[in-house]
Write a protein that binds this ligand. Structure first.
Ligand SMILES: [Zn+2]
Length: 176
């Protein structure tokens, strides 16, 4: 199969007509919307996409993206290395109305008649794949970063607000 190095821009309809294949690496640093959400932007996205027409005459760009990103765990606030393996299954459309008619297993891509940046396409797919609340899968990893069961001092601290509340109640009664 013919393998092209990853161009900056493609004409999606032409790529489909050519049954083109896109493979190569894209630097995370070249994806600013994604990079803004990451702890660090070293690393690359490995892109493997093919374009063509399916048995129903639908034009598609499909394949997979693979990368490793570093986010902040929302449980322990430590660094979280997360592999992202994204399956891409885009159906090319000219309009919203055409998008509505696509079968459910296709994600619509409103493709311009001219050139579009490969980075935009890749970035959109990766953003959709990011977890809403990133967390270490195994809580023991969080404990390595200092997250753990509350110690006795912390429990004492937790009880204090109730004591404070109780002491405030007579005051609030007086003021009403
Ligand atoms: Zn964690």
């Amino acid at each position: 199969m013919l393998t092209l190095s990853l161009p900056n821009k493609i004409n999606p309809w032409q790529l489909v007509a050519d049954h083109g294949r896109l493979t190569g690496d894209l630097a995370l640093a070249e994806l600013p919307r994604l990079a803004a959400l990451l702890n660090q932007t070293n690393g690359v996205v490995n892109v493997t996409l093919t374009a063509g027409m399916d048995g129903q005459g639908l034009r598609f760009i499909a394949g997979r993206l693979h990368t490793m990103v570093e986010l902040t765990c929302q449980r322990c606030l430590g660094p979280l290395q997360l592999p992202l393996e994204v399956t891409v299954h885009l159906g090319l459309v000219h309009s919203e109305a055409e998008a509505d008619r696509l079968p459910d297993d296709y994600e619509p891509l409103l493709a311009p008649d001219g050139l579009m940046a490969v980075a935009d396409l890749v970035e959109d797919e990766l953003l959709l794949a990011l977890p809403q609340i990133p967390r270490h899968a195994d809580q023991r990893e969080c404990e390595v970063h200092g997250y753990g069961a509350p110690d006795p001092a912390f429990i004492t601290e937790q009880r204090r607000p109730f004591g404070l509340l109780a002491s405030l109640l007579p005051d609030s009664k007086r003021s009403s």
